[in-house]
Design a protein around this ligand. Structure first.
Ligand SMILES: [Zn+2]
Length: 410
């Protein structure tokens, strides 16, 4: 088996792994400016998508522009989320170089889609493929590819720890090689219940003092997690941005949720913002909690809420995850001001970072890999994949970090 790394090798973003030039695992995009796509011309016989995040699924419709449409295999939630992302990319950037596909390509995607549940083995490009719960977001999967001789386990993004929205990854299928994500290979997450408790207390404190809290959150996964946390701690909240639509979609797939009743309850107690900026400005003046996109303050209704609450130190911006270098969220944390919608704005409101993570940390990665001590490991999807591979070798593993464009024979 030959595995080629077309993206997401020594980086995070544009994940794409090609097996024997035929079976493509993920086809993501990195949404920086200009956006980045996997390298090389690829014409796969079939595609398997691990989960519905932009950096794994964002460029899949671009594979639909040639004559023979490859079947696209994924779980039902991944299909919905990937389609939503594609429609969003079209809406924001359609007919510009920032969108690598057309609405026709997105329509074709629905014709060629084949959905599968966890643990159901199916055939794709002549391989036997099985998806296992990866505990990252609803529908996220580890992908096991078997050619009858070699079994490749592509982890996708995964989490071995607790989240309210999804159950953690527990499946450890036998494999002859593991392509392993390593986003947080040098990070130790604080226990989830402590992160959650501090977040809830902080939000309640601000509300009690008469302030407004803006909770920037990714639409997919984090918005719903924040809703569940708020509901569990009796915090009333507004929900705005693309996360509203994603919440409705995820509720249609209860078997991919940890506790579908809890999400139903959180949805019925939350208030979904339906209006435009006039309504948003009125909400921002209330003594309220608002969960909204985008998670790193580079767009979405947060562009209305944060400027509206920024002047008063009683108010708070409670960021809910790691803020990538170069994003307004990072800028705000580091400097106390941020460029929002093209304008640099000082923010007098309190700014906090609450590290809700959907990825395994260093301990989680080592725990995951424990059953694969005798299996070659290829570390990908990280800022320090070479160092991580070296640390694994130091622990007795046969590990390496492929570079962009590398082909590895297994
Ligand atoms: Zn992801």
């Amino acid at each position: 088996m030959e595995v080629t790394f077309l993206g997401g090798a020594d980086e995070i973003g544009r994940s794409a792994v090609l097996v024997d030039g035929s079976l493509l695992l993920d086809y993501g995009m990195a949404s920086e400016s200009p956006p980045q796509y996997p390298v090389g011309d690829v014409d796969p016989d079939a595609v398997v998508v691990s989960h519905g995040h932009l950096d794994h699924a964002g460029a899949v419709p671009a594979l639909m522009s040639s004559g023979d449409l490859p079947p696209v295999h994924w779980t039902p939630p991944t299909r919905e989320l990937a389609t939503t992302l594609a429609e969003d990319t079209l809406k924001l950037h359609g007919s510009t170089p920032r969108c690598p596909f057309t609405d026709t390509d997105v329509r074709r995607l629905t014709q060629t889609s084949e959905t599968h549940g966890y643990g159901e083995t199916f055939e794709a490009a002549g391989y036997e493929v099985t998806l296992y719960n990866a505990g990252h977001i609803p529908g996220s999967a580890h992908v096991l590819v078997d050619d009858g001789d070699t079994r490749l386990l592509y982890t996708g993004d995964f989490h071995t720890g607790d989240q309210r929205l999804v159950a953690p990854s527990t499946a450890r299928p036998e494999a002859d090689a593991v392509v392993c994500e390593s986003t947080y290979s040098d990070v130790s997450h604080e226990a989830r219940d402590r992160v959650e408790k501090r977040f809830a207390e902080s939000v309640k404190q601000t509300v009690w003092e008469g302030g407004t809290v803006v909770v920037p959150a990714f639409a997919i996964g984090r918005t719903q997690e924040a809703m569940l946390v708020c509901a569990a701690h009796d915090i009333d909240c507004y929900v705005d941005g693309m996360g509203k639509r994603v919440t409705k979609q995820l509720k249609r797939h209860p078997e991919f949720l940890r506790d579908a009743d809890a999400l139903r309850g959180a949805t019925s107690s939350a208030r979904f913002v339906t209006g435009r900026d006039g309504q948003r400005k009125r909400i921002a003046e209330q003594n309220a909690v608002i969960i909204t996109t985008s998670g790193m303050l580079n767009g979405g209704p947060a562009m209305t809420y944060v400027p509206a609450i920024r002047h008063h130190p009683t108010n708070k911006v409670a960021l809910t995850g790691y803020q990538v270098e170069g994003t307004p969220g990072r800028q705000l944390l580091d400097t106390g001001s941020a460029e929002l919608d093209g304008r640099v704005m000082p923010v007098s409101a309190q700014v906090e970072l609450h590290e809700f993570s959907a990825h395994a940390d260093r301990k989680g990665l080592f725990e995951f890999l424990e059953p694969y001590r005798d299996t070659p490991v290829l570390a990908v999807h990280g800022d320090r994949t070479t160092a991580f591979a070296e640390e694994l070798r130091g622990d007795g593993y046969d590990a390496r970090a492929p570079e962009l464009g590398d082909t590895v024979t297994l």
